[in-house]
Design a protein around this ligand. Structure first.
Ligand SMILES: *[C@@H]1O[C@H](CO)[C@@H](O)[C@H](O)[C@H]1NC(C)=O
Ligand SMILES: *[C@@H]1O[C@H](CO)[C@@H](O)[C@H](O)[C@H]1NC(C)=O
Length: 478
């Protein structure tokens, strides 16, 4: 096993050296760069496959799978497949004239979800009366209710959309950062998407991942200077913060854009404290490429990476950050080419990298997919839809939400929290949060075609729950 990994690593190093030129990813370099990267990844695939089949007899592969599954801890309560039986309401009565003008279309649950006047809107956006309130510690204490209004300790709805969570080891505190969208939703022009002016990045702190205290807006919009990236008329999305132990700085990366999404850049901000204030440094197009939905990921060895949708959202790019996390290096790869994925949320489990992404349908929900890789630089393989439970429409619409972050739960190596946004394009400030248990374990449903029926990856499952809580004792800090 060690030998096998060692050999593979050596091969990978050789490959890397041989194709060093292709790692400098430049979008303006055009198709030549693309082809060499594609050939590079193909060669990588073939090499890995050959090594896999040559070095490992079949029984060893079986053993390997056994090893992986035996590490799998079970959470029967969380893995219960909870059904959801939301019915599409009967069509409203229409005048015969209206029917003639526009024949009746069959509606789907997604149409109902997007219809502000739907009779079942409360199923997707339960009203304020059902809010999760951390200050009322009754029977509901510590329970997550995906989709309900979630209040902070002052009784206000949490404003941290498209967010991510940082665990700060120094203060043993979780910080949740996201888009503060507590302003009016409007359309800048006829063809423009629903938007809220930039207000800033909200930050909330918690020790238990349930009771969140508002730490204020830690990066604020620019009110007057129209040329500033953070001018309120622009776009700031998906802020994520990591800590750099070398420089002792908290570094925030975010998607920066103009109202028409043509700037397609990343922005960087920095602070001495997790609660800010963050100083905005600059924006750029990473590797010269357009960059929209993005995330950052800090690996065990302290190396951090930027992952972003590029080439008009048709592919993702993954590239390492400089040691101070304030810029990208020129080491980058194109991944999931032609797959049109966004909203990447990356995590690592027992040395394997996993990523959940969504399709690109604006504010409308769509099907999530999981991808896996042995090296963060790829090749990445698409595994399938991780959603379990609800009903078929729920699973095909990521429970009417879009991925934003995957948070590891301490003490339980195969348990994570899947964080997603249920966007409300009619009133974006009222978009809801879906936190659901994500588990890694077991075999993928369908053996993948090019590894001889033996999946290399474990299955990733996100279980639908109307109400759930983390297993007792998850928090070794307490
Ligand atoms: C809490 O649970 C108990 C027992 O199930 C029930 O009798 C009580 O009404 C519940 N309290 C609230 C506030 O829901
Ligand atoms: C955005 O697009 C609209 C319509 O095409 C145009 O009128 C407007 O000037 C554009 N704004 C910016 C900032 O590019």
């Amino acid at each position: 096993m060690l030998n096998y990994l060692g050999d593979k690593k050596d091969e990978r190093m050789k490959m890397r050296n041989r194709y060093r030129k292709s790692t400098a990813l430049r979008c303006d370099a055009g198709s030549r760069c693309l082809i060499s990267v594609v050939i590079g990844s193909l060669m990588g695939c073939i090499l890995l496959l050959n090594l896999y089949s040559a070095i490992r007899p079949a029984d060893e592969i079986g053993q390997h799978i056994h090893l992986r599954t035996s590490h799998h801890l079970h959470f029967p309560e969380l893995e219960e497949v909870e059904e959801e039986n939301i019915q599409i309401p009967p069509p409203r009565k229409r005048s015969p004239r209206a029917t003639k003008r526009r024949p009746k279309k069959t509606t789907t649950l997604i149409d109902e979800f997007l219809d502000e006047d739907s009779q079942i809107r409360h199923k997707f956006f339960p009203d304020q009366k059902t809010s999760i309130d951390p200050m009322i510690t009754g029977n509901d204490s510590m329970f997550y209710y995906p989709g309900r209004v979630w209040l902070d300790t002052e009784g206000n709805p949490i404003q941290a959309h498209g967010g991510g969570v940082l665990f700060d080891e120094r203060s043993e505190t979780y910080y949740w950062y996201g888009e503060y969208k507590d302003g009016p939703t409007y359309h800048a022009h006829k063809k423009g998407a629903a938007r809220v002016d930039i207000i800033g990045v909200g930050c909330y702190s918690s020790k238990d991942l349930w009771t969140w205290k508002n730490e204020g807006i830690v990066l604020t919009a620019e009110e007057t200077d129209e040329t500033h990236d953070l001018h309120k008329s622009n776009v700031l999305e998906r802020p994520k913060v990591i800590y750099n132990s070398r420089t002792r700085k908290y570094v925030m990366w975010m998607h920066i854009d103009d109202v028409n999404y043509t700037k397609a850049s990343v922005g960087v901000a920095i602070s001495d404290y997790p609660t800010g204030p963050f100083d905005y440094l600059y924006s750029k197009r990473p590797h010269g490429c357009d960059s929209r939905d993005m995330t950052i990921f800090k690996d065990d060895d302290g190396t951090a990476y930027l992952i972003y949708s590029s080439e008009d959202n048709s592919e993702l790019h993954v590239g390492s950050l400089s040691e101070d996390y304030l810029d990208v290096t020129n080491v980058a790869r194109r991944i999931l080419i032609g797959q049109h994925r966004e909203a990447p949320a990356l995590f690592k489990h027992q040395g394997t990298y996993y990523m959940v992404t969504s399709g690109c349908t604006g504010w409308a929900p769509n099907e999530a997919l999981t991808h896996a890789a042995e090296s963060i630089m790829g090749p990445w393989e698409t595994m399938g839809n991780p959603c379990m439970g609800g009903n078929k429409m729920f699973r095909l619409a990521t429970f009417f939400s879009q991925s934003t972050f995957v948070l590891p739960v301490p003490s339980y190596p195969n348990l994570f929290i899947f964080m997603a946004d249920r966007w409300n394009p009619a009133d974006l400030r009222d978009s809801r949060y879906l936190w659901l248990p994500l588990m890694v374990g077991g075999l993928v449903d369908e053996p993948l075609d090019y590894n001889f029926g033996f999946p290399l990856w474990s299955r990733v499952s996100i279980y639908w729950h109307r109400k759930w809580r983390l297993p007792q004792g998850w928090n070794s800090l307490k």
